[in-house]
Design a protein around this ligand. Structure first.
Ligand SMILES: *Cc1c(COP(=O)(O)O)cnc(C)c1O
Length: 425
């Protein structure tokens, strides 16, 4: 299997090289040259076993092919249970049982497992740059912490992540540093893209990315959707809380390669780039606005090109998908109401998807839906606890991380500032 750019201007590349490069040389995103059809894993396969079966064709002919079973075992070492809600015909797919309590642990650990095998002794240390709206940075930091030959610089928008997210980001030390940027998530993302594309800087400081554009994160995210769909009664309709479209595109790819997935809806917060696009307007990137579902505060979804490419152009993509926006007041209402009525406590991101499900029900849609629960509510205690009037129990791994000292360095929202910092490190 080889990988090409969404913009069509790059030579077909092996997966390992695409993972190492992050972004394609023509500025596009890597996608498989063709989408394979997989033979379906048995419904009782483990998550790691399902991942292996689904990912094998994507690794065909790659230097990492023989390592794939071990990579899957390392990345899928915790469960992703699909649990029935008391709401009729609704399930949640809990993706937050990893070390940093968000779905991004799966992709980050998979990427780290790939990259650590691609390093050779004597290589100069590789610097992974990651821009985060909250959860990615912690997942990547945890996955790469103490791995030899690799170091991680996490950029996050100062004051726009939850206090516990900020604590997590700064808690690693050693080969993982946190930079709090005086700007938005989109500024962070721009700075990372700029640094990765700066040939002179690359010559001084070899860099790669771990953002959701990385195939090493995107591909494994297909696995938990696939695994859950095989246990579902008929095609699984999914609502995905969406920011950069990494999780949602992974779900669509899983459907494309033959897993029994039905409709896929994108739940957004008040950042309305995608809802506007799906309502018929041209795609227009914009600055992100801050919401209480902060890991989805994205005005320029970085995987949009993959979405468009998958459907064969913007018009087809618009016909093939659907996105809805949910504002902060609605998110709060969902969290408050469910805690009081059925005892379910949702993180603000998962709550956007719950709201989209409620709208479906109100418009007469009685089909089964599975809501992707993207983070544990304890990560967002300052939002959730005042709404539900009690404390949320902290998962053990998250508690351990919160018990460590944290430190982040301030950084101006300028490419120059990042380049200087990287050369000094
Ligand atoms: C990152 C994140 C999202 C958005 O996922 P994308 O892949 O960027 O669309 C949603 N919820 C949580 C909790 C997240 O951390």
């Amino acid at each position: 299997m080889r990988y090409v750019s969404t913009r069509g201007g790059a030579a077909p590349t092996r997966l390992s090289d695409a993972i190492a490069a992050g972004i394609a040389p023509d500025g596009g995103l890597y996608v498989p040259e063709r989408m394979p059809r997989v033979s379906l894993p048995p419904p009782n396969a483990s998550l790691a076993g399902t991942a292996l079966r689904m990912l094998e064709p994507f690794f065909e002919g790659d230097p990492l092919e023989d390592d794939l079973p071990a990579i899957c075992a390392e990345a899928f070492a915790f469960p992703a249970p699909r649990r029935q809600l008391s709401l009729d015909g609704a399930h949640v797919l809990e993706l937050f049982h990893g070390p940093t309590a968000a779905f991004k642990d799966f992709g980050a650990r998979f990427l780290a497992a790939c990259m650590s095998r691609l390093r050779r002794d004597g290589d100069r240390p590789l610097t992974i740059l990651v821009a985060t709206s909250g959860d990615t940075g912690a997942a990547v930091g945890a996955a790469f912490h103490n791995l030899p030959g690799v170091r991680v610089a996490i950029l996050y928008p100062d004051n726009r992540v939850s206090p516990r997210q900020a604590h997590q980001l700064g808690s690693f030390g050693g080969n993982v540093r946190a930079l709090r940027v005086e700007g938005s998530f989109d500024d962070c993302q721009r700075m990372v893209k700029g640094a990765l594309g700066d040939a002179a800087l690359q010559a001084d400081v070899p860099m790669s990315s771990a953002n959701s554009i990385s195939l090493g994160r995107l591909l494994p995210q297909m696995a938990y959707f696939g695994h859950a769909s095989l246990a579902s009664d008929g095609p699984m309709n999914v609502i995905v809380p969406t920011g950069n479209l990494g999780n949602a595109v992974a779900c669509l790819w899983a459907r494309k390669i033959g897993l029994p997935i039905g409709d896929v809806l994108f739940a957004c917060n008040a950042n309305d780039t995608l809802p506007e696009f799906f309502a018929g307007q041209a795609y227009r990137a914009r600055d992100a606005i801050a919401t209480i579902a902060n890991a989805m505060d994205v005005g320029a979804p970085s995987n949009f090109e993959r979405l468009s490419h998958l459907f064969g152009g913007d018009d087809n993509a618009r016909r093939g998908g659907h996105a809805e926006g949910v504002d902060d007041a609605e998110i709060r209402d969902v969290i408050r109401r469910h805690a009081a009525s059925d005892g379910e406590v949702f993180c603000p991101h998962t709550a956007t998807a719950m709201r989209v499900l409620e709208r479906r029900r109100m418009s007469g849609d009685s089909r089964h839906w599975t809501v992707a629960a993207t983070a544990h509510p304890a990560k967002f205690d300052t939002v959730v606890e005042p709404l539900i009037g009690r404390s949320v129990e902290v998962p053990e791994a998250l508690g351990a991380m919160l018990g460590r000292k944290a430190n982040a360095e301030p950084l101006a929202a300028q490419g120059r500032a990042l380049a200087d910092w990287l050369r000094r490190w």
